[in-house]
Design a protein around this ligand. Structure first.
Ligand code: BYC
Length: 328
């Protein structure tokens, strides 16, 4: 189990030198053989902290990600869309629950994770710091952001940490329904009236760059990819996920007669790789560090939810004798 030290601070690569070399090589051999690491197994502190960082960030992305779509539940066009969107948003919050539970197995409490989120210490996905101006933005998220999440999660569900992989396997099955629903919404707008089509095109134009950034910085500058791939936490690199998403979804977007706002976008016939205009990674840095269009609003909503829910958490913690009226 967790053997001490501050779980919340970043760790330098040198920390690995302090690990027991025999245990470390046994651990790495298990990963190499494709075995799952379980919470009670020995693991290097760096593996533990990397997992906490990544799973926690993933969990936060799910609850914050529920906000832009959540604001559209009352305005979704028609009863069927309202029902489906409500179910989807509920699923996303459920995913956060699964992921917080997986992160808790590594020794960080849910309360500490939520505190780090609302105090702006932890990160969550860049895309949720942008507004969903129109219904078409909401459709973009349901289809194409969920598609990106599926690419990442399908790969990582085959990774090394048992609780995270099991959570991802379940999440991915639910996301597959979101993807179908989102695709249906986009098809409806793209094949609708000229106004609907224009609305969809404008949403695609707005989301294109944040979406390319969703998979993380390019491998050449990614801080954590190397060690996470070595330990099979990440089974596909940031660029690998981005390419897979482009491969699967650019043709589907074009099929609908929609365009993408990048003159350089093309699949290189020799390498099979997609080429595109590099998004602005300095801007990405700003957005993930609290300075995007909606960061303040998103965290304010979470803080309010936390305050309003406090009485429920406190009531649940009270011993039964304090709130059950004894029968005469
Ligand atoms: N957004 O070394 P790198 C959903 C940070 S929810 C924000 O490449 P790593 C949905 C990164 O944390 C599912 N930050 O990092 C929900 C690191 O900062 P720190 C969303 C990002 O971890 C509701 C720094 O940049 N999916 O789909 O190796 C409704 C350097 O990056 C981002 C997940 O959360 C980003 N996009 O790889 C609808 C997947 N990218 O920690 C839909 C889980 C990078 O050093 N996470 N950063 O301060 C992952 O798979 C990985 O963490 C990433 C980044 C691929 C995102």
């Amino acid at each position: 189990m967790y053997g001490g030290g501050n779980l919340f601070e970043p760790m330098s690569k040198d920390a690995l030198k302090e690990e027991d070399p025999v245990k470390l090589s046994e651990f790495e051999a298990r990963i190499e053989r494709g075995e799952k690491i379980e919470p009670a197994d020995w693991m290097p502190q760096m593996y533990r902290r990397q997992l906490i960082r990544m799973i926690e960030q993933h969990a936060h992305s799910e609850i914050i990600g529920a906000l832009p779509e959540g604001t559209w539940i009352t305005r979704a066009p028609g009863f069927k869309r309202k029902l489906a969107l409500m179910a989807k948003v509920q699923d996303e919050v459920g995913h956060a629950q699964l992921l917080y539970s997986a992160a808790e197995t590594l020794g960080k409490s849910r309360e500490a994770m939520i505190n780090d989120l609302i105090n702006g210490k932890s990160k969550y996905s860049n895309v949720f710091n942008y507004p969903a101006f129109t219904w078409a933005d909401c459709c973009f998220i349901s289809w194409l952001v969920d598609a990106g999440a599926i690419v990442n999660q399908m790969a990582n569900a085959k990774g090394s940490y048992g609780p995270y992989c099991r959570a991802l396997a379940r999440i991915t099955i639910e996301e597959a329904f979101h993807l179908k629903y989102g695709h249906h919404c986009v098809i409806h707008l793209a094949t609708g009236t000229p106004t609907q089509r224009k609305m969809m095109q404008e949403a695609i134009n707005r989301w294109w760059k944040p979406m390319l950034q969703f998979f993380g910085p390019p491998d050449r500058i990614s801080a954590h990819t190397e060690v996470l791939m070595k330990w099979k936490v990440k089974m596909l690199s940031n660029d690998g996920c981005r390419q897979q998403w482009l491969d699967m979804y650019v043709p589907k977007i074009w099929e609908l007669g929609l365009t993408l706002p990048d003159d350089k976008l093309r699949q290189n016939p020799d390498t099979g790789k997609w080429e595109y205009t590099e998004p602005d990674w300095d801007e990405f840095k700003k957005v993930i560090n609290g300075d995007g269009p909606c960061n303040k609003e998103r965290l304010a909503v979470r803080r309010t939810a936390e305050e309003r829910g406090r009485w429920v958490r406190e009531a649940l913690r009270k011993p039964k004798s304090e709130y059950v009226v004894p029968l005469a």
